[in-house]
Design a protein around this ligand. Sequence first.
Ligand code: SF4
Length: 387
Amino acid sequence: MKVTTLSLAKRVEELLKLKRTMLSRLESRLSRREIEVAKKDHHARRKPRPCGMTIHTGIGCNLGCLYCYVPDMGFPLKPSPYPLSGEQLVYALLFNPYFVPGPQGTLLAFGSVTEPFLRETKERAIEYLKYAHEYLGNPQQLSTKATLSDDELDRFAKNVDPNINILVTIVTLRYAKILEPNAPSPEERIVFAEKLAKRSINVTLFMRPIIPGITDKEAENILAKAREHGIRSVVLGSLRVTPGILRRLEASGIVDINEIKRRLPRAPRSSRDQVTVMENDLKERIARIARRLGLHVLPSSCSANVWSHRLWCYACKWGPCGDLSNAIEVSVDDIVAAAEILGCDKPRVNIKKWLVGLRCKRITRRPDVIAVWLETLIRRSVRVLTY
Ligand code: SF4
């Protein structure tokens, strides 16, 4: 889609108006108490990263995967549904100054600090997907290593964004019982992925975290199985470790902990400090196998979201992602007009390839809010300063 000077500025204007209209519509449906709770929720404040906004469908997780950082972040092991209703979640997002509604707005990622399809949380997850789709229409992705029954899948398919990308996690076939003791088996997940694919729901193999010595050795098998069952794309992701994860992996007796430590750029400094294991060589090797088997290799989960919604993005170093023919063309005049509406006085714009620098004489909104809005709408990295 090509955007003219007028249309980028006009879109900003219309989206700001839309947010106000929808907030007041929801205010007539929610009680005063429900509104207060939604306003205080972190979905109403959190700044999305270029890769989008994570939506918490629950709190805690009981799958007990040994490589998981959720317990180290202080979340409980007993899961419960997230306390907001679907309408409250939508209200919280609309109230968030960084959030851009609409099909080309903020990317939404469901299931980051919990498994969305746990028995205890799946109804809430389906509710959130449905409300976010109906009210907002933003691009959705969800990552899972659980499954849904056929009835649940029917309900799910009827209510969600038809272009949603479901990332199904598999990191081992052989050691799943040890590494992911309470999760459905990888075979069950692959069957679930096949059911999604048969319903024309975009499904991606999520090979994250790559556990050195395990995932890389099994990669060919996992990828071949995924391909056989209708999966056409894969996201490869690195292992992140805390001291707790290192201890748990070592205690499993199946992981070469020295190899993981050898790949660490530094040791974790505290119990919550997550350090990414350096795995570029493993990723490249696995990507080569994936391509040979006919799978499309995507650099990240947000890239899967962008891809399945036929968007385009170059907002971070992993890009460009998606379909180049859908790249949004922007000029200095486009940005100037949109920046003025966003509260930037006398904008000066500098565009260098995919980086946009914006300087404002005065600003009536927070600079990072202006940056996030522009970044979301033009899908490039934007820096805002004053002069
Ligand atoms: S360029 Fe790709 S990886 Fe980076 S934020 Fe955009 S979609 Fe995500």
